[in-house]
Each structure stands twice: as structure tokens, then as C-alpha cells.
Write a protein that binds this ligand. Structure first.
Ligand code: COA
Length: 320
């Protein structure tokens, strides 16, 4: 059995922070940010929370898939930015939706979260442990970003995306997943709960810290490698893939991956200009846009690829 996506949804905050707004906050410019990242604006929470966006994205996905909340038997929220730790965000979403028959847990694999959760769902379905899975990526990165650090605050945004998977007969080639804790120092967010609060100032480590060049080098090397690894041992060629849906971190990363694979950039959909990097939400938000605007057609073959803190990275097949 495989998990087939039958519905998608997304929810992004209404409040928009564009590059000109950011240039009032740190020493940067619209031209610099667009050229180096491809990001023009990002949506930032005001009243919304990680859970409220997750629940709304999930409602839309269930509606799109014509699935009742009671039918969901596994509910996973990918996040590292939830305002609530106990109960987990997934249980909070369950409560909002009335998904009373679902087992619920959160999955933190940073920006690789949705990809790892998708593979987790496929494994549960293949093992016969569940039939209907609700996957959600939801992040309030604006709470974790140092708005004085121009090396990071320009990149990130808030939002949620969701997908419902239904079990059906079929087979998918094995996904590929990797982690490298030894290199984890390149992208960190230290706990906010262990250090004293000094003079009203947050500890400098309590925000996302990143060696941008290191993360860039990692992504442009590992993503093409992992896509080749995914295809190795299958009958499928790169030329047969309709869409490469990559984690939306940076336009230059996506372009470099396309170039290294020697695949036309047109087959790499992007929406990071509008949302920035929404971490685990970026892949499901993009899938939802593509689903709703008709870019996804039955029978198409898609490769999902994620990468991020951990460091972690991976790729998987999706048949639409
Ligand atoms: N505006 C203007 N100038 C900036 C700036 C900003 N927002 N951020 C950095 N700079 C400056 C630097 O201070 C540096 O100046 P210097 O040459 O005088 O020292 C110069 O621009 C180049 O800095 P550098 O860090 O080498 O830039 P870069 O081309 O590597 O771009 C990133 C920086 C962060 C955009 C890029 O490294 C990147 O996208 N990395 C991947 C990050 C990512 O995707 N993380 C999430 C993965 S899930």
C-alpha cells in the first residue's frame, strides 16, 4: 500500500513584511535581498499561532480531499516553533478539528520536517498501521528570528501547509533520508528554557544562528546527490520527473540544484518570493498552490526534496 495525497491546504498570515520594511530595521536593501535570495516579502503572524495556522491549513486540506476529520487515524505536525510544547501541537490541532480517532505527535526535523513526515506516513501506511494520515508543516519563525541579524532575518517567514494521504494499493520506490549531527553547528536555535534572563535582554543564542555560506554549500551539494540516490536502482530517469518540489530556502540554491542536475529550471516550481523560507511548511504550501492552480495533473511524478538544520536532507517520490 502507498499513501496517495488526496487533499492539500495552506494558511499564511495576512500581515506582510516586504524587503523595504526590512531595510528600515537592518542595514540591507530590496535589491540585495532579491539578488542573493529571491525573497521579496514574507508573511508574519500577528494574532495567528503555529497551532491556529496548522488547524486552518488542515481544515482546507480535509475539505479539498473530501475527508472527514474523524477518518484521520494519524496526525503529524512538523514544527520547531510551536508556542505550546505540552500537549504537542498535533494534539492541539486534533482538538480544533475534532479528529478524535487520530494518534497525534509532532516531528521536529527543521526544514526537512515535511519530507521526513511524508516518509513516516508512507511507512505507517505500508505497514498497515493506518489508512488516513494528515500531515501538517506549520512554523512561526518570526518568533525565533533575531530581527537585528541581517544574515538571517531576511530569509524567513511564517505559514502552514497540509496534505491528507489515503492508503491505496501500489508501490513507491524507497525514499532517502540522511542526517549529519557532526555538522549541526551551521544552523542552530538554542533552548530558551535553560538560561537566565539577564538585564531584560535575550541571550544571543536564543535566536536562529546560521553560517549562511556553510548551509548554502551543504544544500547545493547534498540535494543533487540525494536526488540521484533516490533514482538509483529505479527505472525512472530525471527526464521523466514532472516537478521537483524542493524546500523553498533560497532561489540561488534551487537554481544551482537544477543546474547541477542539468534539468530545466521550469520544472522547479518556486514561491519563495512571496513567503521566504517557511521551513517545514514550505513544501506543503507549494504543493497546495500547485494543486489549486491546476499545475498538478493525475499521473504526474514529483520528487520532493528537503534539507536544513541537523544537518538533515532527503528526497522522496510522489505520484499525483
Ligand atoms: N544585506 C546586505 N548585505 C548583507 C546582508 C544583507 N541582508 N547579509 C550579509 N550581507 C553582507 C555581508 O556582511 C558581507 O559583507 P562583506 O563582504 O563586507 O563582509 C556580504 O554581504 C556577503 O556576505 P555573505 O554572507 O558571503 O553573503 P552570501 O552571498 O553568502 O549570502 C545568504 C548570504 C545568507 C543569503 C546565503 O549565504 C544563503 O542563502 N545561505 C543559505 C541560507 C539558507 O538557505 N538557510 C536555510 C536552510 S534550510
Amino acid at each position: 500500500m502507498i499513501g496517495k495525497i488526496c487533499g492539500t491546504g495552506s494558511c499564511v498570515p495576512g500581515h506582510i513584511l516586504d524587503n523595504d520594511d526590512l531595510s528600515q530595521m537592518v542595514d540591507t536593501s530590496d535589491a540585495w535581498i532579491r539578488e542573493r535570495t529571491g525573497v521579496a516579502r514574507r508573511h508574519i503572524i500577528e494574532e495567528e499561532t503555529t497551532v491556529s495556522m496548522a488547524a486552518e491549513a488542515a481544515r482546507r486540506a480535509l475539505e479539498d480531499g473530501n475527508v472527514r476529520a474523524e477518518e484521520v487515524d494519524l496526525l503529524i505536525v512538523c514544527t520547531f516553533t510551536s508556542e505550546v510544547l505540552l500537549p504537542c501541537a498535533a494534539c492541539e490541532v486534533q482538538k480544533e478539528l475534532g479528529a478524535v480517532n487520530a494518534a497525534c505527535f509532532d516531528l521536529n526535523a527543521a526544514c526537512t520536517g515535511f519530507l521526513f513526515a511524508y516518509n513516516t506516513a508512507q511507512a505507517y501506511i505500508a505497514a498497515g498501521l493506518c489508512r488516513t494520515v494528515l500531515l501538517i508543516g506549520s512554523e512561526s519563525l518570526s518568533n525565533m528570528v533575531d530581527w537585528k541579524d541581517r544574515g538571517t532575518c531576511i530569509l524567513f517567514g511564517d505559514g502552514a501547509g497540509a496534505a491528507v494521504l489515503r492508503a491505496e494499493p501500489g508501490e513507491l520506490p524507497s525514499p532517502v533520508m540522511h542526517s549529519d549531527g557532526e555538522s549541526g553547528g551551521a544552523l542552530t536555535l538554542k533552548s530558551r528554557h535553560r538560561k537566565g534572563w539577564t538585564e531584560g535582554l535575550a541571550h544571543p543564542e536564543e535566536f536562529i544562528r546560521m553560517d549562511g555560506r556553510e548551509v548554502f554549500r551543504f544544500a547545493v551539494k547534498k540535494v543533487p546527490e540525494v536526488i540521484h540516490e533516490l533514482l538509483d536502482g529505479t527505472e525512472t530517469e530525471l527526464s521523466e520527473i514532472d516537478h521537483f518540489v524542493l524546500h523553498q530556502a533560497n532561489r540561488r540554491i534551487v537554481e544551482s540544484v537544477a543546474k547541477r542536475l542539468d534539468v530545466d529550471i521550469e520544472r522547479f516550481p518556486m514561491n519563495l518570493e512571496e513567503y521566504g523560507n517557511t521551513s517545514s511548511a514550505s513544501i506543503p504550501i507549494l504543493l497546495d498552490e500547485m494543486n489549486r492552480d491546476g499545475r498538478l495533473k493525475p499521473g504526474q511524478t514529483i520528487i520532493l526534496a528537503g534539507f536544513g538544520a541537523g544537518l538533515s536532507w532527503g528526497a522522496a517520490f510522489l505520484r499525483w
